[in-house]
Design a protein around this ligand. Structure first.
Ligand code: FAD
Ligand code: DLZ
Ligand code: SF4
Length: 508
């Protein structure tokens, strides 16, 4: 009997589990552009265009490899609008009720599929280094989960940068070499740009018509949309960008949106690049002497460490994870996240770049937009929905642990041992934003004071009961307590007044 083989928009890998189990002589691959997936958050138009174009090209590649593909375009009159309705329609069309599925990356989709009146066989997505069982085995019996120890296991499992049982170079982690502030200039001009071909151009027209009002600029569109292009970009970045990736991993610059970052997240998460392939290419460049150890180790750690760890936590914690809010933050997400004018140069740069590129690098996400939301006490669910919408690499399995856990501490410390908060000093040290800001980084109080300076103490003060006993935060409470009482009062008053202005919709 014919079986349907579901391939979702982020499963664009020829070796994805359900395809491996299928038979191209009899089974039918089902792929569908659907409003349900395109609107469950208001995705950035670039993200939708990237996925639709990549889906169309992947379907064409499968057909040329001999697969029968039932592909639904968004504009098809019969399109039922959801993955489930398209599967049911195809089941009827091909006279079958059997479906092979690769486990989706979001609980929302997993539960939709579970409710289908079809016989679905789900296979674990094995494009990851750690299976669910591997993560469970590692996590079982540990009082505290910490990425570093998980990462070492992933190094051992993959053999990446290992010399026998020991880490290459004698150290597991070169993070202390990866904290240089913004350099004077950058000699890498960012990701490889691709001119839209016919498929991409068609999709761009569709997305402009249907999703043109979403937050985010569709043009210029230059993303890679197939594996060949993504590999070209990877090779280019390894040669030109990777050597300094480590040094400036935590830096931020107003005129250098990509710095030395890899811009591979969207490609790996959609399935155009395999994470192990990417890491092996970087390891090879290090073996060949083309990139230093701190760059290679730092990059590989992000992928086999952080990326795998985040997925492990998402599935370990379950569907309720996104609604955690241990700090009881309930402020509405302010308009400045959607491009409303702000005088804060750092936030303005991060949001403008997000709007234009559907991309911001890690430190912008963590220490600018994330830090601000945490200090200001914004509802973490609203923060989560924003991140899920605006970045081309965002899927809940990786976005939620980063936002709810790492950035907003809403999970109470499962991912981060302390909140990632900073005053303006950190941003000033790591970026060139402050020099063009309307606020004054050196002012701690008063109308020109950097809001991060005000809100930092406001956060510590309002969460004193929870954090003063944390050994990693005790020093900051000592600094706060040593301040004159009237200065502390002024800081809190100024912070409260500033937040009230923001809540009232004033430009802040
Ligand atoms: P590079 O800096 O070149 O890093 C290489 C790769 O390492 C990334 O492509 C990614 O695959 C992996 N990586 C690095 N850090 C992480 C991390 N913390 N978690 C998982 N993978 C990581 N990443 C996503 O893929 N999707 C998201 O929706 C997402 N949301 C985030 C939200 C917040 C608040 C924060 C702080 C981080 C988020 N990240 C997310 C992680 C990271 O910021 C992005 O993976 C990275 O910026 C992508 O750009 P790049 O490919 O240039 O990364
Ligand atoms: C993100 C996304 C979008 C915008 N559109 C589609 C789509 O039309 N069809 C599809 O199969 N997948 C899409 N996706 C990706 C899915 O949302 C993703 O597979 C799930 O969120 C699980 O990770
Ligand atoms: Fe951001 Fe404060 Fe620096 Fe302005 S002064 S860019 S608000 S950290």
């Amino acid at each position: 009997m014919v079986r349907l083989v579901l391939v979702l928009g982020d499963q664009l890998s020829p070796g994805v589990a359900a395809l491996k189990k299928a038979d191209k002589t009899s089974d039918v691959v089902v792929m569908a552009e659907v409003m349900g997936e395109a609107t469950y958050v208001q995705h950035h138009p670039k993200k939708i265009a990237f996925l639709f174009a990549a889906m169309r090209k992947f379907a064409a590649q499968l057909e040329s490899d001999g697969w029968r593909v039932a592909y639904s375009r968004l504009e098809d009159a019969e399109n039922g609008g959801s993955i489930s309705s398209e599967l049911l329609r195809r089941a009827e069309e091909f006279g079958t009720d059997e479906v092979l599925v690769t486990e989706p990356g979001e609980f929302r989709v997993i539960s939709d599929l579970a409710e289908l009146p079809l016989t679905a066989t789900s296979f674990e997505d094995d494009r990851f280094i750690a299976s669910h069982q591997d993560f469970q085995n590692w996590a079982d019996g540990r009082k505290q989960l910490r990425m570093e120890y998980f990462y070492r296991d992933m190094r051992r499992k993959t053999g990446l940068m290992m010399e026998g049982d020991a880490p290459a170079g004698g150290q597991w982690n070169y993070d202390h070499d990866n904290r240089k502030p913004a350099p004077g200039s950058v000699d890498f001009n960012g990701p490889m740009r691709f001119t839209p071909d016919e498929t991409v151009s068609e999709v761009l027209t569709l997305v402009a018509e249907r999703f043109g009002d979403n937050f985010g600029d569709l043009a210029p569109f230059w993303f890679a949309t197939d594996t060949g292009q993504a590999r070209q970009h990877l090779a280019y970045w390894i040669r030109m960008g990777a050597p300094l990736f480590g040094d400036f991993q935590d830096a931020m610059m107003q005129d250098e949106r990509f710095l030395y970052h890899g811009f591979v997240g969207a490609y790996i998460n959609a399935g155009l690049l395999d994470p192990l392939e990417v890491c092996q290419a970087v390891e090879q460049a290090w073996k060949d002497g083309d990139i230093p150890i701190n760059a290679a180790e730092g990059f590989i750690r992000q992928i086999i460490g952080w990326r795998e760890y985040m997925r492990g936590i998402y599935f370990h914690e379950g569907p309720e994870y996104t609604s955690r809010n241990i700090l009881e933050h309930d402020r509405k997400l302010p308009g400045l996240y959607w491009g409303k004018k702000t005088w804060m140069a750092c936030v303005d740069h991060a949001v403008t770049q997000t709007k234009e590129e559907a991309y911001a690098h890690h430190i912008q996400r963590l220490m600018v937009t994330g830090n601000f939301a945490l200090l200001a006490g914004i509802d973490p669910y609203e923060v989560h929905e924003w991140y899920l919408a605006v970045y081309a690499d965002a899927y809940e399995w990786v976005e939620a642990p980063n936002v709810i856990g790492m950035s907003q501490f809403a999970d109470g410390g499962i991912i981060a041992s302390k909140p990632y908060i900073s005053s303006g000093n950190y941003i000033n040290k790591m970026s060139d934003y402050c020099k063009s800001c309307s606020y004054k980084i050196k002012d701690k109080t008063g109308p020109d004071a950097c809001p991060f300076n005000l809100l930092y103490w406001h956060f510590l003060d309002r969460h004193r009961a929870r954090f003063e006993g944390n050994p990693r935060m005790a020093q900051m409470y000592r600094v706060w307590d040593r301040m004159e009482a009237d200065k502390r009062e002024t800081v809190l008053k100024d912070a409260g007044a500033w937040l009230a202005k923001m809540d009232a919709g004033e430009t802040v």
